[in-house]
Design a protein around this ligand. Structure first.
Ligand SMILES: NC(=O)C1=CN([C@@H]2O[C@H](COP(=O)(O)OP(=O)(O)OC[C@H]3O[C@@H](n4cnc5c(N)ncnc54)[C@H](O)[C@@H]3O)[C@@H](O)[C@H]2O)C=CC1
Ligand SMILES: O=C(O)[C@@H]1CCC=N1
Length: 270
């Protein structure tokens, strides 16, 4: 079995480890590095996966999944440059960072695959997009697609689209959580107990997303089915339009895309 090391076991690193374990992968084939020893000990206790140093990860793993913040990448690349060969596949999950950065800083010919996952990986419902770097072969891509396919859905896209993907599905869960949070507040405004408002909205979100995933119907059709002539929903829709919610989402996602581009530019060669 392919041995995978996650470098940086924060929110995404943990989601990947948890998702891979739930999909049936053995803890013996997984390892992680983590800068904070307390965090490392807690994850080992919870998941039974070993915490290792970066040198051991580079020596033992076939795939190194980089899941540190983009701002923390430089010292890690300096370390890895001394430790890896072209036999190791490097998978970057970092927002904005191009495969070219890795190819420039690591030994010549190292295969790199850029991935943008999202946190529902934790529950096997990730949406991930993968793009091959210069030296990544079809076999490398297949390996990464299999790994991510066990924790959700995967699409293969040109790397030029990764900043848009990051804004859309990488950050996407946050937008849904934000909407849920705001709708629970509306329940409070209408005088419902918080626990009741939470239950009503969370189950409505689960129901709506299951319909989207299972019926194959367009969101407009599903929304129209809830919007009765002279009924309640259309009054709410009028307010959403009046407050520019659609335009706000377009602008918000564009701003996220711009930030992803900016994170990549911060690592361009001088
Ligand atoms: N949080 C999210 O929803 C998503 C995040 N990403 C990307 O995933 C990466 C990680 O994000 P998060 O998990 O949210 O960040 P995080 O801050 O929760 O996790 C990063 C972890 O890396 C550790 N770390 C940093 N440098 C290290 C080093 N040299 N050696 C070992 N451990 C090190 C930190 O202690 C921390 O636990 C980022 O690059 C982000 O752009 C991608 C998709 C979604
Ligand atoms: O906010 C961020 O930078 C990361 C990348 C995609 C989702 N979270």
């Amino acid at each position: 079995m392919t041995r995978i090391a996650v470098l940086g076991a924060g929110k995404v690193g943990e989601a990947l480890l948890a998702g891979l374990l739930s999909s049936g992968r053995s803890a013996d084939d997984l390892m992680f590095t983590e800068r904070y020893p307390e965090r490392a000990a807690q994850l080992t206790e919870q998941y039974g996966v070993s915490s290792v140093g970066v040198a051991e990860a580079a020596k033992r793993a076939d795939v190194l999944v980089v899941a540190v913040k983009p701002q923390d990448i430089d010292p890690l690349l300096v370390e890895l440059n001394e430790l890896i060969t072209t036999r190791t596949l490097v998978v970057s999950m970092c927002a904005g960072l191009p495969t070219q950065l890795y190819e420039r800083c690591l030994p010549a010919g190292v295969p790199v695959v850029r991935v943008m996952p999202n946190t529902p990986m934790l529950v096997g419902e990730a949406m991930s997009a993968v793009s091959a770097g210069t030296h990544a072969t079809e076999e490398h891509l297949t390996l990464v697609e299999e790994m991510l396919g066990s924790v959700g859905k995967v699409v293969k896209l040109p790397e030029a689209q990764q900043d848009a993907v990051t804004a859309l599905s990488g950050s996407g869960p946050a937008y849904f959580f934000y909407l849920v949070e705001a709708m629970i507040d509306a329940g409070i405004l209408l005088g419902l107990p918080r626990a009741v408002a939470e239950q009503l909205i969370i189950q409505s979100a689960v129901g709506a997303s299951t319909m989207l995933a299972r019926t194959g119907q367009h969101p407009v059709t599903l929304r129209e089915a809830v919007t009765s002539p002279g009924g309640t929903t259309i009054n709410a829709i009028r307010e959403l339009e009046k407050h520019g919610v659609r335009a706000a989402l377009l602008a918000a996602i564009e701003a996220a895309r711009d930030r992803s581009v900016e994170l990549g530019k911060a690592h361009e060669e001088d």
